[in-house]
Ligand binder design. Structure first.
Ligand code: OGA
Ligand code: NI
Length: 319
């Protein structure tokens, strides 16, 4: 059996995804590893996930090509309206971007959203489209394993997840310039909405803060690996058994950095609530339900004093 790397506390485990499609006993062990990683660390990396190196490399390359375009091209997508299907920005209007440019757009189902994507660079739609579809497929396998690990069964909410939101954020960070006392943060501390985020990074820069920790842990950029972390929706669905992971991006001292994060949720207006199966007398319902749209409204309301949106959903907490 493929050996499971046993990491130091801090560094998330690397899960060999091939084990999920082996015999039942091997799958059960892999599901347990994923469940433990989600519970104890809020994240893990996956290798052997079936997405080829060339697909990942081409997605990063075409993202880099987009950011290298003249400003006028990119600013066609600039908008203050976070309801837009595609948005480019460079500033810190969102309250957490310190030094990053981003392009954000929806991706699932591809045929609905690709019309909004850039036509420049010419290969953008094709290459990012292939990557998005592959990531959506892997996200389903990851969710199945996580849901199985929670005791809800691998096909729990399957259809809703298959038809749910996939939100891609392409991030570009400058190289850290070591000027005076400049901070080296590119994207400040936050958690992601959605069940899981799958992140591909061109070089190191992602840092996470495990639940019981007060220090940052750097996530190594392992060639071919995808980083996965728990989002606010999973904290709610699991009724607090899992916690959404606080993370940030710091600037790489050696090179500019690109990352592509893919956030997976239900459809825009579908509320995610605590699973009935995980509510009991000993474990009463801890969170109010919320939809992706509620999250966007929360961002717009501008009274955003919570580090994690999910904090605002806790039942019994003063509003
Ligand atoms: C994000 C994010 C981290 C990174 O896009 O939500 O946290 O490393 N990105 O770019
Ligand atoms: Ni994030």
């Amino acid at each position: 059996m493929a050996s499971q790397l046993q990491p130091q506390r801090g560094s998330p485990p690397v899960i060999n995804f091939g084990r999920l499609s082996k015999d039942q006993a091997t799958r059960v062990l892999a599901v347990q590893d994923i469940a433990r990683a989600c519970r104890d660390q809020g994240c893990f990396q996956v290798v052997n996930h079936g997405i080829s190196m060339s697909v990942m490399k081409e997605a990063l390359e075409v993202a880099l090509e987009f950011f290298a375009l003249p400003k006028e091209h990119k600013e066609k997508f600039a908008s203050l309206d976070i309801q837009q299907p595609i948005r480019y920005d460079t500033s810190s209007r969102d309250g957490i971007s310190v030094a990053r440019s981003f392009l954000k757009h929806y991706a699932n189902p591809l045929e609905d959203w690709v019309q909004f994507w850039p036509v420049d660079p010419p290969a953008y739609r094709k290459k990012m489209g292939v990557y998005a579809v592959e990531i959506q497929r892997v996200s389903m396998q990851i969710m199945e394993a996580i849901l199985q690990g929670l005791g809800l069964g691998p096909s729990y909410m399957q259809e809703k997840l298959e038809n749910g939101v996939q939100f891609l954020a392409l991030n570009k960070y400058p190289q850290f310039a070591h000027r005076g006392d400049d901070v080296d943060v590119g994207l400040g501390s936050h958690s992601d909405y959605g069940f899981i985020t799958i992140l591909l990074q061109s070089s190191t820069g992602l840092e996470v803060m495990h639940h019981d920790d007060v220090t940052w842990t750097a996530i190594p950029a392992i060639s071919g690996a995808l980083h996965v972390h728990v989002g606010d929706n999973l904290e709610v669905l699991s009724n607090g058994q899992l916690k959404s992971l606080v993370h940030r991006a710091i600037l790489n001292p050696d090179e500019p950095r690109i990352s592509i994060s893919s956030i997976h949720g239900l459809s825009m207006d579908e509320k995610v609530r605590c699973a009935k199966e995980l509510i009991s007398e000993q474990h009463p319902e801890m969170y109010r339900g919320s939809s992706f749209q509620d999250f966007l409204d929360f961002l717009l309301s501008n009274t955003n004093s919570y580090k994690r949106f999910v904090e605002s959903l806790k039942i019994g907490r003063d509003e």
